[in-house]
Ligand binder design. Structure first.
Ligand SMILES: *Cc1c(COP(=O)(O)O)cnc(C)c1O
Length: 383
């Protein structure tokens, strides 16, 4: 089942990785809440021996994640950051990583504050511009790292074009696919070597679990990452794997509703006199609308917008919506609202990546679109 390439995403989301439990026939994956496993004899173990190394609930999740991304192998982690950190352990001191310049703040912090202290060289470039990427390649470049769409500016990078640049340079391409989810974008099919997710977001989808994942095709690199997963030990527990698997079942229908709702909300915002600018890959006004149409199967659930009233108006909106909860994170069934400049992006305040303090970011949930629009309307009519 897991590797059957003929099934569509909706089917894979429900079935991939999951087989009825061999001992009981349980249809839903059991939560194997155990740290260790009885062995038949000394030093002859086959199968499971210790849950840092492997756990059946995690094995099922690996199967589901690989199938969703159309990859051969997947590995699950305790968080998105743990997944990214584990890939970076493939990079040796003296090697160079070329990263997108508006990656997730936690990724920037890991690269800039943790790993560059260990002798890995980083440069940050605008991956939306092929020429800038080519110019930043060095003889020791081993990895190009990017996100598309980015947070919160929703800029897009042409994955296939950058994959080609990476491979000519003898480097890997890693794509953080958290914002699009596997329902809307398939980086491996476009030439990426690694796909990473914060499964905390759309894959889990219910704001009830933190997790991460790597998906890839190369067997030798998979073996190295599998070794690192066990050696480092940033693995998710069985309950977290179960919750993520449970979330995955509805990924396809959730993403369809996120896209439908966000499209309606984006059009409402674009027509509202209090709103100066709406950034959404599904609007023709998006500077990379054509790339979004070509590379993504839907525009996603994230919208950023700027109000004529600036920061003061943005703060009022973020505080006074009722259905949109003021909170960090994204990708859950419930709508969230936040101001990146003082909240998620405070750490880049004094850098060229500083975000307009009047920018509002919303993660549009799967509620009724008109209810969401009415909620925004009642506050926008007052700013
Ligand atoms: C949240 C997020 C991460 C980090 O994932 P955690 O699960 O919070 O560790 C990485 N990349 C992107 C794009 C994210 O949104």
């Amino acid at each position: 089942m897991t590797q059957n390439p003929n099934y569509h995403l909706e089917t894979l989301a429900v079935h991939a990785g999951v087989e009825p439990d061999p001992t009981t026939g349980a249809v839903m994956t059991p939560i194997y809440q155990t740290s260790t496993y009885a062995q038949a004899d000394v030093a002859q173990h086959k199968g499971y021996d210790y849950s840092r190394t492997d756990n059946p609930t995690r094995t099922a999740l690996h199967g589901a994640l690989a199938a969703l991304e159309g990859g051969t192998y997947a590995l699950a982690f305790a968080s998105g950051m743990a997944a990214i950190d584990t890939i970076l352990r493939l990079i040796k001191p003296g090697q160079h990583v070329l990263s997108g310049n508006d990656v997730y703040g936690g990724t920037f912090r890991l690269f800039d504050k943790v790993l560059s202290g260990l002798g890995i060289e980083f440069t940050f470039a605008d991956t939306t511009d092929d020429t800038a990427v080519s110019a930043a390649i060095q003889p020791n470049t081993k990895l190009i790292w990017l996100e598309t769409p980015t947070n919160p500016m929703l800029r897009l990078t042409d994955i296939a074009a950058i994959a080609q640049i990476a491979h000519v340079a003898g480097a890997w391409l890693g794509v953080d696919n958290t914002f699009a989810s596997p329902a809307l974008q398939s980086p491996l099919a476009l030439g990426a070597d690694f796909v990473v997710h914060s499964t905390t977001k759309y894959i889990g989808g219910h704001s009830d679990v933190v997790g991460g994942a790597i998906v890839l095709n190369d067997t030798a690199v998979y073996e190295q990452l599998k070794f690192l997963q066990n050696a480092i030990g940033a693995v998710p527990g069985p309950m977290d794997c179960f919750l993520t698997l449970r979330g995955i079942k509805t990924l396809a229908i959730r993403m369809a509703q996120h896209c439908r709702n966000a499209t309606q909300v984006a059009h409402f915002l674009a027509d509202h006199p209090a709103v100066a600018e709406v950034i959404y890959p599904g609007l023709e006004s998006h500077p990379q609308y054509e790339l979004a149409q070509r590379q993504m199967r839907g525009p996603g659930g994230m919208i950023s917008f700027i109000l004529h009233g600036g920061e003061k108006a943005a703060r009022l909106v973020a505080r006074e919506t009722k259905l949109f909860t003021l909170a960090e994170s994204l990708g859950g069934v419930e709508s969230l609202i936040e101001l990146p400049a003082p909240m998620t992006h405070a750490s880049v305040a004094d850098s060229p990546l500083a975000i307009d303090p009047g920018l509002v970011r919303v993660s549009v949930g799967i509620e009724n679109a008109q209810d969401l629009i009415n909620d925004l309307k009642q506050v926008l009519n007052r700013v």
